[in-house]
Ligand binder design. Structure first.
Ligand SMILES: Cc1cc2nc3c(=O)[nH]c(=O)nc-3n(C[C@H](O)[C@H](O)[C@H](O)COP(=O)(O)OP(=O)(O)OC[C@H]3O[C@@H](n4cnc5c(N)ncnc54)[C@H](O)[C@@H]3O)c2cc1C
Length: 388
């Protein structure tokens, strides 16, 4: 434990991070390649993480979590993602994207039934916002839920849904009042995927993030009881927005894990590879790349910690979480690309994991808020600060 670490993290946080690191090394590192190649299901490993208490750091003990806060979630996320980002994407879709809104808006009964098994890794959750005609513009949601007696009937489609093909529960955003703007007429439902009318239309073949199942889903006259509404009827837009800061902070932590793994590969390789009778780290063209990777990772991590601390203090973090995600995701792409350059030809092969880091990182200026949308949000917050 160094003085620098102690100035940003408590002794307990450092101890937790170190325990998480060694848990990941024992339980995930030996299986990372099998998950990557589809020989092993991510959820077979993640269930062990649930039993060990690594899936619900933010949620109270009574709902299957450990009640430690988002900062702890950030620390565990970096450790897991440094080893396998695809597995972590499956974990985050369930334990953050699905579970977090249930924790924030769920009734006691909903938390017991849906949050607890997800935080323990016994059930899998997914978040359904995106649709064929709905991407960055969430307010354009088309999936409809119509009231019929004590239930609602859902019709529509969602696409790019992480865990969609394997989930037990889907948090599904729908239009319940088409006469008003979607912001005032959207409702969030917890859908049980075993319900009649739930269909997995296709599973996408992705560039990276292997191990996560991402699918297109359809709902045909799917009946959901009224008690499965999360938050208020027509209050769904507020539910989406309320979860975004914590989600973005976790996605930033994920990419810090990838940036770290890429940098470490570059460090070890450049200290070993000899050309012109010198270790390649002795060439400034190589060693300065390591310097840039270390500088940006440090900055990205501090931005992520800052956003987590603000959220743990229950303060608004729109700008900070957006900045952390934007910077961490762009850093991970750049660092993975530079690490591949340091490794030369072998970096472009599947004998080294750096090509995987680059493929995995590439998603993250798209998923969970594109870089363009985040820049829009950040400038909007900045202008507000100047009353403009
Ligand atoms: C592997 C993967 C997993 C995913 N997992 C989930 C999930 O679990 N649940 C879920 O609901 N969604 C999920 N998504 C969807 C993801 O959140 C969306 O892809 C993302 O929000 C962007 O939407 P889009 O792809 O429709 O792009 P679009 O919104 O169509 O954007 C296309 C381009 O236009 C730009 N653009 C759009 N509007 C503006 C603007 N106002 N100003 C400037 N530029 C703009 C975008 O930045 C982007 O570059 C996932 C996506 C992928 C690829």
């Amino acid at each position: 434990m160094t003085m620098t670490e102690l100035s940003f993290l408590s002794k307990e946080e450092i101890q937790f991070r170190d325990e998480a690191r060694s848990f990941v090394q024992r339980n995930l590192t030996p299986h990372a390649e099998d998950i990557e190649q589809g020989k092993l299901e991510a959820w077979d490993i993640l269930r062990k993480f649930g039993k060990a208490g690594y899936l619900g750091s933010r949620y109270p003990v009574e709902f299957g979590g450990t009640g430690r806060g988002l900062m702890y979630e950030v620390l565990a996320t970096e450790e897991i993602c440094a080893v396998h980002a695809g597995l972590d994407m499956a974990r985050v879709a369930s334990c953050i994207l699905f579970a977090h809104p249930v924790y924030e808006f769920g009734s006691e009964a909903q938390k017991k039934k849906y949050l607890t098994p997800v935080a323990r890794g016994e059930k899998i959750g997914a978040l359904g916002i995106t649709e064929p005609n709905v991407g960055s513009d969430v307010a354009a949601t088309e999936t409809r839920a119509e009231k019929q007696g004590d239930s609602y009937v859902i019709n529509g489609e969602k696409r790019f849904i992480t865990n969609g093909p394997v989930a037990d529960f889907l948090l599904c955003y729908t239009v319940t009042d088409p006469k008003v703007k979607a912001k005032q007429g959207m409702t969030a439902f917890i859908v049980e995927t075993k319900s009649k009318g739930f269909e997995v239309v296709e599973e996408y073949d992705l560039l990276g993030m292997h191990g996560a199942h991402v699918g297109r889903l359809a709902f045909k006259d799917l009946v959901v009881p009224e008690e499965n509404i999360l938050g208020d009827v027509n209050g769904g837009f507020g539910v989406v927005m309320a979860g975004l800061d914590a989600e973005r902070t976790i996605l930033a932590a994920e990419m810090n894990g990838v940036a770290r793994a890429a940098m470490e590969e570059a460090i070890h390789y450049s200290n070993y590879r000899v050309q012109f009778r010198r270790k390649i780290r002795e060439f400034e063209g190589i060693s300065f790349k390591i310097a840039d990777m270390a500088t940006k990772l440090e900055a990205a991590r501090l931005l992520t910690f800052k956003a987590a601390r603000i959220i743990d203090a229950n303060q608004p973090a729109t700008k900070d979480a957006a900045i952390a995600k934007l910077f961490a995701c762009e850093t991970a792409i750049e660092s993975a690309s530079q690490a591949l350059q340091v490794l030369g030809g072998i970096g472009y092969t599947k004998q080294k994991p750096v090509e995987r880091y680059l493929r995995d990182a590439r998603l993250m200026t798209i998923g969970g808020g594109t870089a363009e949308i985040l820049r829009y949000l950040i400038q909007r917050e900045v202008f507000k600060e100047y009353d403009l």
